[in-house]
Design a protein around this ligand. Sequence first.
Ligand SMILES: [Zn+2]
Length: 247
Amino acid sequence: MIVNSPLHSRINIITGRASSSYIISSPSIIVVDVGFPSDAKAILTCVRSTLGRDIKDIKLIVLTHSHFDHVNGVDYLVDKTGATVAAHTNAQKYLTGKGSIPIASWHDSKEFLLFLLRHSFPRPSMLDVASMPRAGIPGIAKGIRSKVTHWLADRQNLPNHPEWEVIYTPGHTDDSICLYNSQHKTLISGDTIINLYGCLRLNPLLKQDRKALLESLEKLKQLHVDYVYPGWGSPVFGKDVLDSVYI
Ligand SMILES: [Zn+2]
């Protein structure tokens, strides 16, 4: 049986209006994905009230990919904290508004809509509505206002945080990354692997490239992972937990 890793106590989960964000505490704080502006506000509340830290301790925001439910709160969070932003190099076209994320196939769009109908997500807040129009919507070229300081590449360590390695995992989108901490066998999996209906799944929703997604899973299986923090759903722990990912 796997128990919580020592790192677990330093990772706070913000269950957002759609996807999840993670706050990693160290001398400085990393935020992985931001959600909507109201989720960014919840991140600040957690840092202040739960962690008892200054919000200016948030120095780095990492985006696992450019979908709207992961990036829309970035400008709000950067305005409040002055944090720098990092994303994969392939996100450049999306986050600068020079290109749009491809629209998913009819089959995937239908599955995603059915998934949304089966779940009750919180309504957007006034803060979210005020932030329209949004970045990261498939088919719409609309970037974020904040400057991305760090364009990340596969197997690169996060700036000032060498304990976290960037793993490029295309498939869900062509700018998807996971973050891997080898010492603690921990993976932050973004939307590449999600917890759907209680089990880890190679994300079947809104995928761009199924073949690339399968190859990304094989790449991740080369790592030693006992702890997964997915972009959707609760974390899942277990010895070599990626071996049981449902495809
Ligand atoms: Zn996504």
